[in-house]
Design a binder for this molecule. Structure first.
Ligand code: FUB
Length: 343
């Protein structure tokens, strides 16, 4: 349900038929990256605020300043806000816009991965460390070398290797890196430098992390998303091509790469046999929610699989004031996922 439809929405009626309710209502939260650490659920969301920035297609209105970690003892228990886990003022390299984060655990330490704009207005990805899954986190002095764009998601494979998936179009700046260096021309245009509709779509990236999880262990590689005929999805295939919100999870030995299609508001997934892909487009996990963005994570908890997602129903459609929700997802025998309708 894109932004321009909200005048016609009866929010009371919509909320009554919603698949699920916001997990917390005292603050706005979005972009939930959920993990199950040591028998407890931890959600690493963006913390949405109204900073007074006007709506634009570069996402300037997403002017978030800090992160809070939400925890739950079980999927049915109350969601607890653990307070400020990291503030932009405590990140030496970051100027503004603390967008969608993720976290992971290694050897008893917890790592928060997050994008923010540096002092040149370029999105980079940083790491912050804590002894606790709820923080507070201490940021590394510099962003990850060679990092760019937004929406990091860090997946731990069964062999103990960690991979970061990232990238986002328009305000996420991925299209500005097509030549390998940042293209600062036409700064106000979210769509300049995108491929033509009949060219292959821009691809998300993946990089194996170093053992200390602080740097890329390799130059990020493009993650191919193919149609059933083995062809790359095209840039004009807005209903299926990657836009932002990368996530990787594993089910029955297969790798599921899921993502948002951005301007068409779907959460889609593609299946592959390796963390590097290629992935074959398979379908949708979630139909459009109220609000422009859609962003999710998939987390297995006690043998069931859950989709953590957000919508703007609590704020009655305000694009940058979103709320995190959760719903169970089901697989069919062939490994495909039953599409959820949020309302
Ligand atoms: O929350 C800011 C941005 O909006 C995220 O980084 C995107 O994925 C979209 O949800």
């Amino acid at each position: 349900m894109p932004e321009d439809n909200i005048d016609h929405i009866d929010f009371d009626a919509l909320n009554k038929k919603a698949l699920s309710a916001p997990l917390v209502t005292h603050i706005y939260t979005a972009d939930p990256s959920a993990h199950y650490f040591n028998g407890k659920i931890y959600i690493y969301p963006s913390h949405d605020i109204d900073a007074g920035e006007a709506f634009d297609d570069l996402g300037s209105h997403f002017a978030m300043e800090d992160y809070h970690v939400i925890s739950m003892d079980s999927i049915d228990s109350k969601a607890v806000d653990n307070g400020v886990a990291l503030h932009v003022d405590d990140v030496p390299w970051a100027q503004q816009q603390m967008w969608a984060p993720d976290a992971n655990e290694k050897d008893g330490k917890f790592y928060l991965f997050f994008p923010a704009k540096d002092y040149e207005g370029i999105f980079r990805i940083g790491v912050a460390i804590s002894d606790s899954p709820t923080g507070p986190f201490k940021a590394e002095p510099k962003a990850i070398k060679g990092s760019f764009s937004i929406d990091p998601a860090v997946f731990k494979d069964d062999d103990g290797a960690y991979y970061m998936y990232f990238g986002g179009l328009w305000g996420g700046q991925l299209q500005r890196w097509r030549t390998g260096v940042f293209n600062a021309d036409q700064p106000e245009s979210p769509t300049a430098f995108l491929p033509a509709d009949d060219e292959p779509a821009l691809l998300p990236l993946v990089a194996k992390m170093t053992d200390d999880l602080l740097e890329f262990d390799e130059t990020p590689k493009a993650l191919e998303i193919l149609d059933k005929n083995g062809n790359l999805l095209l840039s004009g295939d807005n209903d299926r091509r990657f836009f932002e919100a990368a996530w990787l999870h594993k089910h029955n030995g297969k790798y599921y790469f899921s993502y948002s299609t951005g301007d068409t508001h779907f959460i889609c997934y593609a299946i592959g046999d390796s963390p590097y892909g290629p992935f074959t487009y398979t379908g949708r996990i979630l139909n459009p929610v109220v609000g422009w963005t859609s962003h999710h994570s998939v987390c297995e908890i006690e043998g069931k699989t859950y989709l953590f997602y957000h919508d703007s129903s609590l704020s009655k459609g305000v694009t940058h004031l979103r709320s995190v929700k959760v719903a169970e997802i089901e697989y069919r025998e062939d490994g495909s996922i039953v599409t959820l309708d949020p309302y």
